[in-house]
Design a protein around this ligand. Sequence first.
Ligand code: FDA
Length: 569
Amino acid sequence: DSDSRYDFVIIGGGTSGLVVANRLSEMRDVTVVVIEAGDSVLNNHNVSTTTGYGLSFGTAIDWAYQTEEQIYGGGSKQTMRAGKAIGGTSTINGMSYTRAQKVQIDAWERAGNKGWNWNNLFPYYLKSEQFQVPTADQAARGADYYKSYHGEQGPLKVGWPKAMTNSSMLPILDETFQQLGVSYNRDVNGGSMVGLTVHPDTLDREANVRHDAARAYFWPYENRSNLKIISNTYANRILWKDDADGDAVAIGVEVTGANGVETIYASKEVIVSAGSLKSPMILELSGIGNPDVLTKYDILPKVNISSVGENLQDQTNNGLSYEGREFWLGLPTFSVLPSAEQIYGDQLSEFSSKVMDNLGEYAKNVSISSKGAVQESNVLDALQMQYDLVFKSHVPFAEIVLIPIGHSFSSEYWPLLPFSRGSVHIKSSDPSQSPAINPSYFMFQPDLEAQVDVAQFIRKAFTTAPLNHLIGEEFSPGVEHVPEDASDTTWESWIKSHYRSNFHPVGTASMLPRDKGGVVGPDLKVYGTKNVRVVDASIVPFQICGHLTSTLYAVAERASDLIKRRYIF
Ligand code: FDA
């Protein structure tokens, strides 16, 4: 019936999917439907409250995927959180709004993705953004910006929380980090990220609520007659036209919802936006992927792309925390983004040459552990490029988040560009089963070493004046567990028993040339198909130094324009 026929079917009403749904439904003569496994969270306090980070973890709106045992990371399984809701992971995330380093977006184009560079993406960061100029009080507490870096007309509200940490904090942090060689960066959102900064968040300051993808891109537009969302419904697989010659043609999506199993037909395109841990699974269940994986579960291969689900890149997060000598109010948004030079000082060349000497070995190991699904030479190109970004272009090496709140002063950190590469694949032909997720955390020694070295840098910062005057005892790791002169082995074992996923998985359906291990091309269309695209964190080919959503909103905005160009004249 006509109820189940649309022009565009979008799988996943998350961060990226809702942008595409919004922009495509601006074309009045097409119909757009979004299939979303979760429900509305508009009235969910755990989501809306701006001080509620973590409240939705482990609740019904958290997929809480479990990884495989992390053999290089102490053997434990890790939890990878992701939002199951209209709005996706933007409804449960930390709201930090930081983009990327210019050179690393330019690297997308250098790797073969024509048109994907910083200058082309920048207008789309602005298009998505509705920047809220700081008040005088916020400015006094450190909120600062360059006007030319921000958009004011977009759907997504970006700004600082109503209640920020006391104004005495920033000067103390600035003086402390200056001594460690890290300068203040007034606005990290212009493509140059190194430094100490007070970054904005995705929130609506006046309403004092989180601004997620649903509040920004969906709810204000839900009455458009050509836009529909079907929630509490799982997309199982893409269905194909039988007799197509050449490229595979999608005709719709099989879903499981309130009425059992049904087909939702797509007359133009199917857009997969289920997130980087789910989109590759949907491709595989639809016959797009590595034939070795598919035939194991009796799935008929439709398009042979062996790299579907490979190239998974996430970061690892640890925390150090201290007793506070004061009582801090307000939501802190302090981040330190040091370069490798600033972390390593005169030991930089020792560290970088060790990495360089082993790049070939890493590439080989990634290829072997993928059972040949990714080619050694392609991995080597990617690792080499990453090496250049870190050691020659001096992109940020780590992010250190500083959190003075209540009577404690804690920090979380993650090295930004690990060399490890993992994968995500189906482990059943049943779409309701979770995939096998293996980020391969700490697969290579420099990743673990970086995790130690940044921890030591943070400890040094907390013992440097004037910051040291604000803090008392170290709670975690605590000098009784990791003494001041602890060996690397002691640090490493603390790290392995306390780290978590940084929840920034990317790359599992990479945008790259097909012979370079790509799954989608620069039009985000899946190779070998006529009308299936992927638009979400899966297509980001190399990890970036910003938190992901700002870049995903921009990518989805640009993708929407690329799609629309085909249908409007
Ligand atoms: P996203 O996960 O948003 O959307 C996928 C959607 O598809 C979901 O709604 C899901 O329910 C749905 N779906 C999946 N399978 C389906 C199926 N079979 N059928 C139908 N629907 C299906 N970023 C940032 O910028 N700042 C930050 O502070 C943080 N902090 C942070 C904290 C935590 C805890 C997490 C988990 C993540 C972050 N991030 C972040 C990362 C960021 O939020 C994340 O990368 C993006 O929101 C991902 O957007 P996507 O569009 O790729 O997927």
